[in-house]
Design a protein around this ligand. Sequence first.
Ligand code: TYM
Length: 342
Amino acid sequence: MTDAPASQFTPRVFSGIQPSGGLTLGNYLGALKRFSEMQNEGRDCIYCMVDLHAITVWQDPDKLRHNTRELTAGFIASGVDPEKSILFNQSAVPEHAQLAWIFNTVARMGWMQRMTQWKDKAGKNAEKASLGLFAYPALMAADILVYHATHVPVGEDQKQHIELTRDVAAKFNHDYGVDFFPMTEPVIEGAATRVMSLRDGSKKMSKSDPSDASRINLTDDADTIAKKIRKAKTDPDALPSEAKGLEDRPEARNLVNIYAAFTNKTVDQVLAEVGGKQFGEFKPMLADLAVAKLSPISTEMARLLDDTAEIDRILARGAEQAREITVPILKKTYEIVGLVGA
Ligand code: TYM
């Protein structure tokens, strides 16, 4: 990971996850696991439940409340420590939405129209999609830039949104003749930056896939995890002994990537150990590993969720800490823009 070039911006990590129901293995390996690792490297980390993003598509209010608390428990159970990182929900820090409005005036319609996530989510029915869904990336840019964050750990699918964040920062700096917002770097690292569906190696593992067998949920019990891995789609060949041999085998590659990410090894290191094995032998190894890594997380999530008042206290304290950073940055932004009384 490269730090931003010498500038006035101190390195700061920001990332967020939508509380739109259920964390998957993709969220864990692509994001949560990296979040706690970055925190443990001693970096300045800020992590957010992006509830305002979640409501760009319909959310039942009671479920949204539950999902926000469950997601917070998921962060903590995955190793994000609220004593070390700032952990809060987006709507409790109003500067995100305020800066997003400024960015709505900076970003161009054409930029938003080119976002693949917008095209996927709005589909053929763009006329019926919410205005918030269209403006989603401007709010995401605000999430990041309201902290002057320099590094954003995410899965591969968020890369285009981070590029747009850089475009927004560059246009703002250019239009107002300032060097106020940093050029944020995406951090897309590790063997599992794009975990694929267990049923179809060409599709991303996603909480919105209608088939529950396509994903591992962080709340799945040990038997369910083992069963889903045993039933995962594969091909009839043995595993190759180097990464090149996985090129046209998306399902095999996915399972090896997951194994590599869990063990913090490269794909080649994993294949040096398991090359030549049939899936009948490899799948139980992967299932044991997944259960060993994920069971403590789901147990801890359930324990934390027993005390929602404590979760709410953690979120409230995180929001206070977050505002110590966002209030002065928003104030300065308003001054730059020429808003009187900032
Ligand atoms: P969301 O909530 O869809 O996903 C949260 C994180 O999980 C990663 N992820 C995956 N990684 C690997 N393989 C997968 N199958 C997989 N599925 C999900 C995502 O890449 C992401 O890192 N727009 C964001 C939320 C957001 C945000 C932000 C992120 C809002 N503001 C500011 C970073 C910074 C989203 O919808 O993520």
